[in-house]
Design a protein around this ligand. Structure first.
Ligand SMILES: *Cc1c(COP(=O)(O)O)cnc(C)c1O
Length: 404
């Protein structure tokens, strides 16, 4: 019996994990280095600087945390929250509730403002809620993967800073694929992940934070008992593994001995970020935008309806209403089995109502877009859906040819 795993090639058009650049996979096969090997420390330092570029920040701190994106979200929130602190969560989709869930487990007093998932918040609504509830922290999602909506953040960030509040933002689904301006929008902590528009396997979270957060971390620092008995702190952060005050000191020149770094993953991130920076972030945003326009044009021309407010649509996710009488999961299975294409379903109130086509990183390519549109049309016709045939790929081609 062969114990080899046999993995077919897939066209992955979900909001993550997405296809990985071939050179990222290759670099993961290079020799292991010890985590304090000077050669590896150089790789870490380069990664630090590269992480800052898509965040558009001059923050001193930017590094990777071993664990998927939510490890960064959790690290950020538990670093700022002390029991009883008020945290305001404006929720317009699934991932806001994840922020709330993490804050709740950190014993915060969590206040949600909720709305239907089909659009983002008017900044004024969030600002009024801040005035009313006087929280210490506001945690929000920039691009809400569940419904494809992208929240404007600048006004909220300005208000938070003026009032000395902490503004924490989940930029997991936009980092590298859509503009994020951490400094200009006055975001205190921003968190991203490796498996979305950076096109690296899942397993790393990227984080950046400013001096205001560094000050909090310094005041909560506790060194591990086995390393030193001197630095004890009653206000220590409630996780060892996700303790930003220690992680920062591992990634900076102090190089304290915390965890064993996942060196192969850091090579992968180095390669993924290098490719993104070589392309140029503006060019990457433009590529995602054109591919998004092609997807939207193709889907609409079939006669399908998109979900949500188109004026605040993310370029990296397209939610499509599943037509009446069509079994959404059967369509997804046929796409996978017959065409090798993966698209996503959605969550909560949108489960079984919406499919989502992702458009992220290395997966965001013209040939993938044309392939998914042609295949979706064929599968829908096979399922007896009432679609206008022969148009989707043509409309997408028009977008590409006129954008040249
Ligand atoms: C994917 C995603 C996450 C969670 O990421 P994991 O890497 O699975 O932990 C969080 N927030 C948003 C907006 C996402 O798209």
């Amino acid at each position: 019996m062969s114990r080899k795993i046999r993995i077919p090639a897939r066209t992955i058009m979900t909001p993550g994990p997405v296809e990985v650049y071939p050179s990222v996979l290759r670099v993961m096969g290079t020799p292991i280095l010890g985590q304090f090997d000077p050669m590896f420390l150089k790789v870490m330092d380069e990664v630090k600087e590269m992480i800052k570029v898509p965040f558009q920040t001059k923050n001193e701190e930017a590094f990777a945390i071993d664990g998927t994106s939510r490890s960064g979200l959790e690290a950020a929130l538990i670093a700022l929250i002390e029991p009883g602190d008020k945290v305001l969560i404006p929720a317009y989709g699934r991932f806001a509730y994840l922020l709330g869930e993490i804050a709740e487990r950190a014993k915060a007093d969590v206040i949600y403002i909720e709305k239907e998932w089909d659009s983002v918040f008017e900044p004024k609504v969030v600002i009024d809620a801040i005035k009313k509830h006087q929280p210490k922290i506001i945690a929000m999602v920039h691009g809400e993967t569940a419904n494809g909506q992208m929240q404007p953040l600048k006004e909220i960030g300005e208000f938070c800073r003026e009032n000395d509040l902490f503004f924490v933002v989940d930029t997991v689904a936009t980092y590298g694929g859509a503009e994020i301006k951490v400094d200009e929008w006055q975001i205190d902590v921003a968190i991203a992940g490796s498996q979305k528009c950076v096109s690296v396997p899942a397993g790393l979270s990227l984080i950046t934070y400013n001096e205001r957060v560094k000050k909090v971390l310094a005041s909560r620092y506790q060194k591990e008992l086995g390393l030193s008995k001197d630095i004890r702190n009653k206000r220590h952060i409630s996780s060892n593994y996700l303790d930003l005050s220690q992680l920062e000191r591992y990634w900076n020149q102090e190089r304290i001995n915390h965890h064993t770094e996942a060196t192969s993953m850091i090579y992968a991130l180095h390669e993924g970020l290098s490719l993104l920076l070589d392309e140029g972030i503006e060019n990457s945003y433009q590529r995602h935008k054109i591919n998004d326009q092609a997807i939207v044009a193709g889907i609409k021309s079939m006669g399908l309806e998109l979900y949500g407010d188109m004026t605040t649509k993310m370029p990296t996710v397209t939610p499509i209403l599943i037509p009446e009488g069509i079994d959404g999961e059967s369509v997804r299975s046929m796409l996978l089995e017959e065409f090798g294409i993966e698209i996503a379903s959605s969550f909560g109130p949108l489960q079984n109502k919406v499919w989502r086509i992702g458009n992220m990183g290395y997966s965001s390519r013209k040939e993938n877009v044309l392939h998914v549109l042609g295949a979706l049309e064929a599968v829908l016709i096979f399922h007896g859906a009432n679609v206008s045939p022969g148009k989707a790929v043509q409309e997408a081609l028009n977008v590409y040819l006129t954008s040249k």
